[in-house]
Design a protein around this ligand. Structure first.
Ligand SMILES: [Zn+2]
Length: 454
């Protein structure tokens, strides 16, 4: 299975030449799931001679991971994306190249140089012409998708002869009220809509509820000097959590009885360190609420109690120190399903102490240690990590909603907000249950023709 990759092509009459663009060129699953890509996942197995541009909706690996392979296959066009994505794209691909492609520094630099040379940042809300010759024209416009910083949905105006059509690709859409990012606004006009449905069959907890639950778990740590371990790393989710934790500390710092200022926050991941810095540098793209906090003197992603760990040596020291110390602390480390990454060392050192808490914020797939901890932890069971059993005495919790993805209600609101129902809607991305549920809902509510492409 491959990541997200869609083609929009213009087919003029027999004598005209065909033009197309690609929307995203992703790789299924990043290293957060602890799975290496196979050669078959990487191959560009479709013709690209007529592809005039690649449009990137956002920089998650399942949307951009195959870009190096697209270039290797001979793609020569521009890579069009939003301004924040233009900053983040080379960074995320550098990491992906190191893990899946080569350790050869020179080769990585050459590929990155090529990518930097091709990137064309286009401001949100501005039309950009990709094809404009003879019978055909194609221009596009990016709009805020509210999913991660820089994320966009893509409006395309395509014309062949006298036939004009507006096609919109949603990319991944964010939930309204997600921390840091402005919420997506529905497009003003759509003839054909291609929309994701990752959470097409369910809704998230609302922001207040999940914030209260997060606060309750943090209070546990403060009460008994334990560590709250959050197995999470992804661009977007890590920064949302930091933003939320800083907000809780600031809002409750004045309460008597709990010393919120003594809570330490540790982000243990080289990539998270880098992206948290980039998120900070890109403040102009935060939402109004976040920018007002900055104006009032707050620093949501660089507050005093936050420590970011980069090197492996510092990581090992932190594990040792926190397992022994009696200081309340929150640690964010990947991978999200505990199948690998730095979180495993923390789990080994901390699971058997009842002062500690493990807080899951993302989906735990069957067969992963994360799923086992969630299932057996509350019953006093154990989990196997690197071939050894570890008893679970730490408390185990789960809070949904820090997913950076729109829930069913949010997706529906995005579609229903389009003044006139699109003639056709294609439901993509998400497991088949989610797609079917969302198609059913659209058919009942919107009145468009709804397809689930193969
Ligand atoms: Zn995404």
């Amino acid at each position: 299975m491959t990541g997200s990759c869609h083609e929009l092509s213009l087919k003029p009459g027999a004598e005209g030449s065909r033009h197309g663009i690609l929307i995203d060129c992703g790789l299924f699953q990043g290293r957060d799931e602890g799975r290496e890509a196979s050669a078959a996942d990487l191959t560009i197995d479709f013709p690209i001679d007529h592809i005039r541009a690649l449009v990137v909706t956002h920089v998650h690996i399942d949307h951009v991971g195959r870009i190096p392979y697209l270039l290797a296959a001979g793609f020569e066009g521009p890579i069009i994306c939003s301004e924040p994505s233009a900053v983040m794209l080379p960074e995320i691909l550098e990491d992906a190249l190191k893990i899946g492609f080569t350790r050869n520094r020179d080769l990585i630099e050459r590929v990155l140089g090529l990518i930097r040379g091709r990137v064309v940042p286009v401001p949100y809300g501005q039309w950009y012409s990709v094809v404009g010759e003879g019978e055909c024209s194609l221009s596009l416009r990016l709009q805020q998708a509210g999913h991660i910083l820089g994320s966009a949905y893509v409006e395309c105006d395509a014309r062949v002869g006298d036939v004009e059509e507006r096609i919109v690709f949603s990319g991944d859409l964010g939930a309204p009220h997600s921390p840091l990012l402005p919420e997506p606004e529905s497009p003003e006009r759509v003839d054909r809509l291609v929309i994701e449905s990752t959470y097409g069959d369910r809704d998230h907890e609302d922001r207040e509820t999940r914030r209260d639950r997060l606060r309750a778990v943090l209070e546990n740590a403060l009460a008994d000097g334990g560590t709250v371990l959050i197995p999470a790393f992804s661009i977007g989710r890590t920064q949302e959590l930091l933003y939320e934790i800083e907000g809780i500390i600031a809002d409750f710092a004045a309460d008597p009885g709990i010393d919120w200022k003594s809570l330490e926050i540790v982000v243990d991941s080289p990539l998270a360190a880098n992206f948290t810095r980039i998120y900070r540098d890109l403040k102009p793209f935060w939402d109004t609420e976040a920018r007002e906090l900055i104006r009032s003197g707050r620093h949501p992603l660089s507050f005093e109690q936050l420590t970011v760990i980069d090197s492996h040596e510092d990581h090992l020291n932190a594990v040792e120190y926190l397992a022994k110390s009696r200081r309340p602390c929150v640690v964010l480390a990947g991978s999200g399903m505990c199948a690998g990454g730095r979180v495993v060392n923390y789990l080994k050192a901390m699971l058997d102490d009842e002062r500690n808490d493990v807080l899951f914020v993302g989906y735990q797939a069957a067969g992963t240690p994360g799923r086992d901890i969630l299932a057996y932890g509350p019953r006093g069971g154990w989990v196997e990590l690197d071939g050894e059993r570890y008893d679970i005495r730490a408390r185990v919790h789960q809070v949904g909603g820090y997913s950076a993805h729109a829930g069913q209600r949010d997706l529906l609101r995005f579609v229903e907000g389009i003044p006139e129902a699109p003639g056709e809607i294609r439901v993509v991305h998400g497991d088949s249950g989610a797609k079917l549920a969302f198609r059913g809902l659209l058919e009942a509510r919107v009145g468009s023709r709804v397809l689930i492409p193969e």
